[in-house]
Each structure stands twice: as C-alpha cells, then as structure tokens.
Design a protein around this ligand. Structure first.
Ligand code: GLA
Length: 660
C-alpha cells in the first residue's frame, strides 16, 4: 500500500520544502505526486526548460523515503502557449474559445497543442525517465475537454469516413432520410450540440474517446521513448464521468487511478464500493486512488467535513476493493489559487491542520497491512456489465427523466453490497469465464457480436440477467428490428411486448419465495413468453390497464450446462430488488455473507488462495458481527488480536484479518 499526497513545491519558497517533506514522512507517507499543472515553471518561455527544481524536490522526497510520481503538466498550458498559438484553445459548444487560466483550456484535437505537449514531456522523460526515485507517471489530469472547433470537426468527419467508408452506408445506418438529414459528402456532417440524430450523437462520443486515446498515445510515446520500462504510466480518472469510453482509454495504461471525492455529505459504502469496483474493472487490475479529499472539498454546495475517523474507514474500504494506494489532494493550498478553501493537510500558516492526525493514523495502519496485501486482489463470481454506448444511448433519450442508467447500476449493486458479494464491473465484451452470474444493467446497445459473446457464455452454464432497456439498439444507436432483447430474444424465450415510462407506481407480485407484493416505479416492461420452457417468475398487479396480470420477470433454461437467461421488466422498489438479487444469486448457485447493517465484509486474495479479510464498521455505533469461516481464528493485523468466531468493532472501527 502506498500512501501520499499531491504537492506543488513550485508554489512555495524552497527553504520551506524540507519542513513539508518531513511532515509527510512523519505521517507515514511513501509517495508524492508533483509537477502536475507546473508547465509555466517547467518551460517558462518557448523552448527554455527548467527542470532542476523538480530534481531538487525529488531528491528531498527521496531523502525522506518518499517515491515520486511525476505528473505531465499538460492540463495547464502556460500563457505564452495560448498567446502565441491561439489555435491551441478549445472552442466551447457555444462557439466561443475557452478562457485561458482555468486549466483544461486547450484542445486535445489541436496539432499545435499536441506538439508542445509532446515536447515538454520528452524533456521531462529524458531527464527523469531512468531515475529510480521516480516510480511512475500520471498523464495530464482528469481528461475532460470537448472541442467544437473546425479542426475537431474535420477530424470527426475523417473518423466517420474510416468507419463507414461510404457516405451511403452512414446515411443508411443513421436513417438520415428522417428530417432530410441525408449527407452527400463527409464535409457536411456537423458536430452535434444538444440533441441530434442518435447515430451522430453516439459516433461523436466514440470520436471523443478516440481523441483521448490519441492524446494519451502521444504522451505515452513521449515517455516510453525516453524511459525505462520499470516506470509505470497511469492517468487520474473521474468515477462515473462519461465523456469517453474509459474501457478503451484504459487499455494503453499500466493501471488506472481515480479521484475519489465525496463532496457534500458522507460516504455510503454501498455506492462507493461500486466506484472502486468500476475502476478495478477497467483493466481487471488493482488501482490507485490518485486523489481524495483531506476532510473537505471546496466545490460542492456544502463543503462539510468528513466525520473524524471517516477518512480511515474510506481508506480501508478502498483497499478492500483493490486500491493499492491512497493519495490526498492536496498538501497545502496555494495562497492565491482558485482552490483556496479546499481541504489540505497543512494550513496557510504552514502547520498541520486537524485532519493531519487522521492521516497519520492511516499512514501507520497501512504499514501494518501492507505486506499481507502484496499480490492480492478481489476475486468476484458476479459481474455487472457496464456499457458507455448504452449510457449515451439512454441519456440521449431517457424517456423518463428519472431513468438514470448509473442510478440503475447502483440499484443492482446495493443488494450485492449489503450481502457482501464481491462484484466486478466490466465492459460487455470482457471475458466472462470467471463468473457464475452476470447482470446486464440497462444494456440498451446490444450489437450482434456482443449478443453472441453473452450467448456462448450462457450455453456454457452462465446465468445472465437482462434488466430493463436491454437489447434495444444496435451499434449505430438504431432500433433493432426485433423487439427487446433484440438478438438475445430467442435465448431469453421472451420479448418486451411494450415498455412504459411510469408516472405512478405499478404493483409487482414476485414468485421467488418473497411473499409480499411490491412496486415498480420509473420503468416497466411488459414481457411476453415465447417458448414452452420459459417460466414467469413475477407478474404485474392491477395498474395502468396495459400491464395488469402481465409477466414482469421471466426465466428460461438454456443448453445442457445449467445456463439460464432471466429478464427483469420493471425498476423494482428497494425491498423487491434485494429479494430479486438474492433469488438470481441462488439461481447461479451463489450466496452472500451476512453482516449487521453498515458492516462490510470484503476479501482480497492471492493467486495461491491466501486471503485477507476486511471487516469495516461504516457507522458511528459499535457493531458485532460473525466472521466468515475462513477468517475466524485469524489475526487482526491492526491490533495483533486473534479473532474468535465474531468480532466487535468500535464506531468506524476496522479489523483486517489474515493468517500471516
Ligand atoms: C480534481 C482535480 C484536482 C483538484 C481537485 C479538487 O479532482 O484533479 O486538481 O482540483 O479536483 O477537489
């Protein structure tokens, strides 16, 4: 486990640096990220590089046994770049150029910007690419800018030409005869602003993904051509941010890292666990928390503080889900910067803030578990399929504004978290052999090849759950000509006869052992069984007339290996959703681990089966929980105590159990 912070030495007189680094060391920090956003200090004028200060900062960190992560400074191009090369500025959707100085103002599509990015990174890599004190690189910062310039438009048109080859094919897939959109040649195709043709909107998102892949490729090449391979390369991602397809962008990174902020309120482990699992799923690998809040942020509606002790619970929760590092943002706020009031470890007076003590405790506790966690990760039997294409398709036409595809994924995840079931969140194209149960959460875009991939796995014995809105569209965001679930209709032994955006709740009568009827809100699909083997597992009660007595959930056995395809038509209430999830787990031969409310039990394991069990009390009251058999009798690495069959945790208490 690494533990650290983001430090901007260029904001402070050099005489102060050693005191800061000593305080970091005393907090148990082992890593520090520097140079991100420091372009004007690295290349103050065109072609004049000043890297000695970075070298001195790295040396000081090294003296205190802190490894360096170097940020490429490209999210903050200096004033001279913007002034002498206005073509580097991104154009906003309004048609106006972005304003210099709020970072991320440059266009990832601008060849001039890319040229300057590459050059500054090459200089940094030549100097530090073989430096053992630098363990890795973080590229840019939270890729997010979308450029609406003519340059970007031409690149988009070229991207479409590569994909569709002939304009007729594009017209055909996008149904452009509708509203006379038919294009005669590529140069007529616009960048969509607001709502537009579904094919155009989806393709533009995919083009933005391609833009970031290319932007990143330039940066990776600039480093790799000048460094040894022991330095890794990552970038810091933003949770559910859907500006691009992160599965694609993550491919070229060594691992992903992400920035975990709570903003207002407090952390809810049944939601944040999903975010960690999402990030672990991008590469099916452990990840870093590259930024997290030291108590508070400055950008939310109410920048309340975390509870005392909550950050420690968050840190161990992240580790339990596969984080191999936790890095606070930031060490100290620049006196006159845009983020003056953000949480930090050291105040404007240069002294530790109260949060620093929480950090020290995390630092010393991480040291106690670090060896045991080496080589371990999360092993899940359950996967949730998460598709950017589907999110873009649904968000483009929600049909019921309350249908938020991320909310729906959370709705599937929460019961699994409450029952301590490990989950991988993966792309629909990912290998499925490791899983017994796969939940396709609102998999609206279901092309034939993905359907074939899922079908092969179901024939091999997998249990696939298709939730509302699945199998509606093809890869061009056009409607399938067969009813949902489109290419999986036969395997499902059922189809969606009609879908309803709900304005009032609808009764659902389950048939999976749960006796009480419940409700559906937001969305309901009327299912129609198509085969003799299909069993109706829930029906709608009296409702809008259309749905009365109709099938709401179906299950169909597939093949000889025990495969099943389950279709869920309605957005169920929380209680019914929980009982439905327990039912589909049982159908897949799985079950969860019981624990009292707000107590999480999670396991990391090594390839040889060695397990580390995290028991985390997320609430501010004492809790006692039974332990899974594999953890009973093991040592709590934090206290040294040997656990019996159960463990009692203090408010916000943690036990980390291991045989070693
Ligand atoms: C983002 C950025 C950081 C900082 C924090 C503040 O995550 O990456 O540079 O602005 O937000 O919370």
């Amino acid at each position: 486990m690494h533990f650290g912070n983001a430090w901007y030495p260029e904001h402070w007189p050099e005489e102060r640096w050693e005191q800061d680094v000593r305080l970091m060391h005393e907090a148990g920090m082992t890593v520090c990220r520097i140079a991100e956003f420091a372009w004007s200090s690295i290349e103050p004028t065109d072609g004049r590089y000043e890297l000695d200060w970075i070298d001195r900062a790295i040396a000081l960190l090294h003296k205190y046994e802190i490894a360096t992560v170097l940020g490429t400074p490209t999210a903050a191009p200096p004033a001279w770049v913007t002034y002498y090369h206005p073509d580097t500025l991104a154009i906003e959707s309004s048609g106006r150029p972005a304003t210099h100085g709020n970072r991320c103002h440059a266009s990832p599509n601008s060849p001039t910007y890319l040229k300057y990015c590459r050059r500054v990174i090459e200089h940094m890599a030549r100097r530090f690419g073989n430096d053992p004190r630098v363990i890795g690189w973080q590229l840019d910062n939270e890729y997010n800018r979308v450029d609406y310039s003519d340059t970007a438009k031409r690149q988009f048109q070229h991207f479409l030409k590569e994909r569709y080859v002939t304009i007729d094919k594009l017209n055909d897939h996008w149904s452009t005869a509708y509203w006379s959109q038919t294009y005669d040649f590529w140069e007529q195709i616009p960048i969509p602003v607001g709502g537009h043709n579904p094919g155009l909107m989806l393709a533009f998102r995919q083009f933005v993904t391609y833009t970031w892949q290319e932007f990143q490729r330039h940066q990776i090449e600039a480093i790799r051509n000048n460094s040894n391979s022991s330095q890794w390369i990552t970038t810091n991602l933003m949770g559910w941010f859907d500006g691009f397809d992160t599965y694609k962008v993550a491919k070229d990174l060594d691992f992903v890292s992400w920035d975990w902020y709570i903003g207002s309120g407090h952390h809810d482990y049944t939601r944040t666990g999903l975010l960690h699992d999402l990030n672990r799923g991008f590469k099916h690998k452990n990840f870093w928390i590259m930024e997290t809040q030291p108590g508070t942020v400055n950008w939310h509606s109410n920048n309340n503080s975390l509870y005392k002790g909550e950050a420690r619970v968050m840190a161990f929760h992240a580790a339990a889900h596969g984080a191999d590092a936790l890095v606070y943002w930031q060490w100290r706020s620049a006196l006159g910067g845009q983020e003056q009031l953000h949480g930090s470890l050291v105040g404007p007076d240069g002294n530790p803030r109260p949060f620093y003590n929480d950090a020290c405790k995390i630092g010393s506790d991480f040291k106690l578990v670090s060896d045991a966690l080496e080589g371990t990760t999360v092993k899940a039997d359950v996967a949730i399929l998460h598709s950017y294409d589907s999110r873009w398709a649904i968000n483009g036409q929600r049909h019921n504004s309350a249908y938020d595809p991320v909310d729906y994924i959370e709705h599937c995840y929460r019961p699994l978290a409450l029952h301590n079931v490990a989950v991988d969140v993966i792309a629909p194209s990912a290998p499925l052999d490791d899983y017994s149960l796969v939940i396709a959460a609102s998999l609206s875009v279901l092309p034939a090849d993905i359907a074939a991939h899922l079908a092969a796995w179901v024939y091999a014995g997998g249990v696939l759950v298709l939730t509302p809105r699945s199998g509606h569209k093809d890869e061009h965001n056009a409607l399938h000509t067969s009813l949902q679930p489109g290419p999986l209709r036969e395997l499902a032994g059922a189809e969606v006869e009609e879908y309803f955006a709900l304005d009032e709740p609808v009764t659902v009568v389950p048939g999976w052992g749960e006796l009480e009827a419940g409700e559906a809100t937001i969305w309901a699909e009327m299912l129609r069984p198509l085969s003799a083997t299909t069993r109706v597992a829930a029906t709608y009660g009296p409702s809008n007339g259309w749905l009365d007595g109709k099938p709401a959930v179906t299950i169909n056995p597939v093949g000889e290996a025990g495969g099943k395809l389950i279709m869920i038509g309605p957005w169920l209430d929380a209680r019914l959703q929980e009982s439905m999830v327990l039912w589909v787990l049982a159908e897949a031969g799985l079950r969860g681990v019981d624990s009292p409310p707000e107590v999480e039990i999670a396991v990391r394991q090594a390839p040889d089966g060695r397990k580390v069990t995290f028991v985390i009390n997320h609430c501010r009251e004492q809790r006692t929980t039974l332990l899974p058999e594999s953890a009973a009798g093991q040592k709590d690495l934090l206290t040294g105590n040997v656990a019996a069959a159960s463990v009692t945790l203090e408010p916000l208490g943690i036990a980390v159990l291991s045989a070693t």
